[in-house]
Write a protein that binds this ligand. Structure first.
Ligand code: HEM
Ligand code: HEM
Length: 183
């Protein structure tokens, strides 16, 4: 139940998957929404939440990756064509990359900012800046990259979720259910 088996995900992988999926989707919405908030105070508060949640996602990504590389992975259904298998594996790797790159580039945005605003992790401690150099130009570069990667990642998540529903509705091969209930 706890660990992955040859045919199913275990409880730890399932909890990592759905907790991080919810955090990632919520974080994407927050990043998009906070851009349009007019009140400076409200915007400041939302950006602080966005930063803390982003650091949380990055920390969880490290733990999840360690868990993933030290666990066995359930095999894909035998009936799946080779091309689809490669796509499934490639998209999972790309999602892992996104779980690191999107928050890291967000961290670079605030590190490069000429505004001396500390990034506090849920108000508990200050997260140090990355050695990006500080200038408006550098901040804007990281900001464009952060936005681009966030939108590219959400597109990938959309395709990933559609593929999961296709497995459930069309192929009926249990791929969605094994990420919901450990066997
Ligand atoms: C998985 C984690 C993250 C996701 C999905 C995410 C997503 C987004 C999105 C969608 C935007 C709006 C982009 C736009 O419309 O141009 C945004 C903006 C922003 N994000 Fe994130 N973000 C994440 C992590 C972080 C982290 C860790 C930080 C900083 C520590 C951060 C800092 C910012 C800042 C300062 C902005 C404001 C706009 C800018 O200057 O780019 N983000 N984020
Ligand atoms: C929103 C709805 C989502 C659905 C319906 C969904 C569904 C699934 C399913 C069914 C699997 C198992 C595939 C298999 O058994 O081979 C899976 C795996 C995976 N999903 Fe999702 N997913 C969603 C969101 C996300 C999000 C937001 C992320 C990350 C940004 C993500 C990252 C992953 C990764 C990395 C795997 C590979 C398994 C692992 O190592 O944990 N998923 N997903």
């Amino acid at each position: 139940m706890i660990r992955n088996t040859k045919s199913s995900w275990g409880l730890v992988s399932i909890l990592f998957h759905w907790t991080m999926a919810a955090l990632f989707l919520g974080q994407f919405w927050l990043g998009w929404h906070m851009q349009g908030v007019r009140s400076l105070f409200d915007r400041y508060t939302l950006v602080q939440w966005h930063k803390s949640l982003g650091f949380l996602i990055l920390g969880l990504a490290v733990l999840r990756l360690i868990w993933a590389v030290t666990s066995r992975r359930p095999e894909l259904p035998e009936a799946m064509p080779a091309g689809e298998r490669a796509l499934a594996r490639g998209s999972h790797v790309a999602l892992y990359v996104a779980l690191f790159l999107v928050p890291s580039t967000g961290w670079a945005v605030v590190s490069a900012s000429p505004l001396p605003i500390a990034s506090r992790f849920f108000g508990l401690f200050v997260v140090p800046s990355l050695p990006t150099g500080v200038s408006l130009h550098t901040q804007q570069l990281w900001s464009s990259l952060h936005g681009f990667l966030a939108y590219a990642a959400i597109f990938l998540v959309g395709v990933h979720a559609l593929a999961a529903f296709r497995h459930h509705v069309r192929n009926r091969d249990g791929v969605l259910m094994r990420m919901i209930r450990p066997r």
